[in-house]
Design a protein around this ligand. Structure first.
Ligand SMILES: Nc1nc2c(ncn2[C@@H]2O[C@H](COP(=O)(O)OP(=O)(O)OP(=O)(O)O)[C@@H](O)[C@H]2O)c(=O)[nH]1
Length: 344
């Protein structure tokens, strides 16, 4: 999605989890992924605990919040300032990652990001990292599952390598069951050292991206080609040669294909006078619709998820691509504009 950088707001993704759950490991893993320009906000008293080479190579500007936990600051001024700085268009970031301190409250943090008036950003999801070994001793201690599960758009059950092999499935199932009780639809993946597929979290460069735009990315991509350290997400995509039906598009955004964690696209719709372009993004239940300066000559829709039912997702995307959109669909346009208004 080459012009997404210029047209869309920068997604802000929060990484939360109890002390020592593996947030920094997950952050480092994401930063190691070539092909994305990332900004990082940590509220760890200014200590950016990532490899210095990675920071200088891939992160354009790191903003650190001092003064403790972001969600405890009176006016969240620290977070807003950091997001303001990192979302400046000249940085052309693909995503901003906020690593919360181990005591941050995910529900509050998610509200702070969602309600932030800072810069050109949009909420990009909240990844809750769970320590599979310590979880029932530290976080999930009461009969009711913790409220923090409800704020997550993705749950990563980390440190599964430290569970005795004979107990692994049982413990992971128990965590899954507790999370599901609070948040039935949230995707849950397991990981070692936070190694999840970065495609779940942000857009990464495709092999066909121009070499001079992302030289470092290309280099690392080539180096990493045969080095698979995580399970890959599945994806389905479709090219949109013509305008789409806004009603069908919104139906898709509100009820994504089974197993789709992210859905994104650039589309053209027919208005009463002219065609308009929109950038759409779904993460979990977050829907974001932004106008594009120009309708894209050719659009696309992409669905991504670890447990994506790929053939079913392909059928849903193909249905949007092939449905006739000859006449302006007034009711659909109204629904699309409502999301656009909610997204600003
Ligand atoms: N064996 C194993 N160790 C892990 C895994 N993930 C993280 N660790 C280790 O656990 C420790 C804590 O991991 P971090 O990534 O620093 O955790 P954190 O959530 O950022 O910690 P705080 O910032 O202190 O809250 C580090 O020593 C990691 O190397 C994992 O999946 N397996």
């Amino acid at each position: 999605m080459a012009d997404g950088r210029n047209a869309g707001r920068v997604p802000v993704i929060a990484l939360t989890g109890h002390l020592g759950a593996g947030k920094t490991s997950l952050l480092n893993h994401l930063l190691r992924r070539p092909g994305a320009r990332l900004g990082v906000v940590v509220n760890d008293f200014g200590v950016l605990n990532v490899d210095a080479a990675l920071v200088s190579g891939q992160v354009d500007e790191a903003a650190a919040i001092s003064g403790g936990c972001v969600c405890c600051l009176d006016d969240a001024g620290g977070l807003d300032d950091a997001l303001q700085r990192l979302s400046r268009p000249r940085l052309r970031l693909d995503a901003i990652l906020v690593e919360a301190s181990g005591v941050a409250e995910p529900v509050t943090l998610s509200r702070l990001i969602g309600g932030s008036g800072a810069g050109w950003i949009r909420p990009g999801g909240l990844v809750e990292v769970i320590d599979a070994v310590e979880h029932f001793r530290t976080v999930d201690l009461w009969p009711e599952p913790p409220a923090r599960y409800a704020a997550a758009t993705l749950v990563v059950v980390n440190k599964v390598d430290l569970l005795p092999a004979a107990e692994r499935d049982e413990v992971v199932d128990r965590i899954r069951e507790r999370v599901r009780r609070r948040h039935p639809a949230v995707p849950i993946v397991t990981a070692r050292h936070g190694r999840i597929d970065p495609a779940l979290v942000f857009d990464t460069a495709a092999d066909e991206d121009p070499i001079d735009e992302l030289p470092l990315a290309r280099l690392m991509r080539e180096q990493n080609r045969d080095h698979h350290d995580h399970e890959h997400a599945r994806a389905a995509s479709v090219e949109l040669a013509g305008p789409v039906s806004p009603s069908l598009l919104i139906d898709l955004l509100e009820d994504p294909p089974t197993g789709a964690y992210r859905l994104k696209g650039r589309v053209r719709v027919r208005g009463s006078r002219s065609e308009q372009g929109f950038l759409v993004n779904v993460v979990g239940t977050l829907i974001h619709v932004a106008p594009l300066p120009q309708p894209p000559p050719v659009g696309e829709l992409v669905a991504i998820g670890m447990q994506l039912d790929q053939p079913a997702a392909q059928r849903r995307l193909d249905a949007v691509a092939s449905a006739p959109a000859a006449a302006p669909d007034t009711a659909g346009l109204r629904r699309l504009r409502r999301y656009r208004t909610l997204s600003t």
